[in-house]
Design a protein around this ligand. Sequence first.
Ligand code: PBG
Length: 329
Amino acid sequence: MNFPVTRMRRLRRTEAMRSLVRETHLHPGALIYPLFLCPGEGVRRPIGSMPNVYNLSLDEAVKEAERCAALGLGGLLLFGLPSQKDEEATGAWADDGIVQNALRAFKKNRTLDSLVMMADVCLCEYTSHGHCGVVARDGDHYHVDNDASLALLAKTAASLARAGADIVAPSDMMDGRVAAMREAMDLASLEDVPILSYASKFASAFYGPFREAADSTPQFGDRRSYQMDGANLREAMREIELDIAEGADMLLMKPAMPYLDVIREARQRFDLPMGAYQVSGEYSMLHAAFERGWLEPQRAMMESLLSIRRAGADFIVTYFAKDAAQVLG
Ligand code: PBG
């Protein structure tokens, strides 16, 4: 039936009507807030390239986590800035590492029980060179040694799980890391801790502001030999298939807005729970436009999050998590 019998505008007439026929919804429980933990006490250091995002010492992080729980967020994704960096990323897997210490403190605090504590597993914040794995040098050449990195990544995952992580989330993009982590955790009787694999992670310019927040800029070279080329959707599907075969329990897609087609395709092909990471650059470019008065902050924020849900993500890791939860009431 065509016009005039069919009139699409009938169902758009009032907010009540629009609400009734809305297909996609956002709720605070599907939002995950990233936290950047740093050494010290009483530290709340603003990140220049990310408005309203801070490096937090543990005492401040506890307060922030309590606010997140009160807002009904689904969880936190934890990153650490260690006091020392070295070639072996000791701070990543040390049992008294910065994220391990935070996890133990969070787990003792019952007001945080509603938050799923996710620990990012990667070496880049902890290595002196800023790469996500072990670097082998040969004269002027270097390469990120995949297999040598696996042992350290596996040790990191087990250490974070032992400290209380509810979920470990590998973001390094080494081949075989999911299987290595599953094995290490199972051997340590941590078989109940799920792996959220950043299975589809592209080498992206949109991680720029994060590298300031996490102090993880590579000192030489770039990440293109381990993160995916932005042109490749089929390759992303293979990465996901392999991670599932290795034992991934959940998938994380990243970045989000420039890769909504990849999220959609993954949703159609795979039945695992799937999140998407609205990364630092996505957040900061929206904020830059807000500051200039070029975009309406609340509407643009909600629309960006809705687009990611509509593409097929079950949950969203986003620096807007608290602001969006506030809007959602
Ligand atoms: C660590 C990691 C990065 C991000 C999450 N985990 C940075 C990178 O790969 O360079 C980016 C998150 C963001 O931009 O918000 N490897």
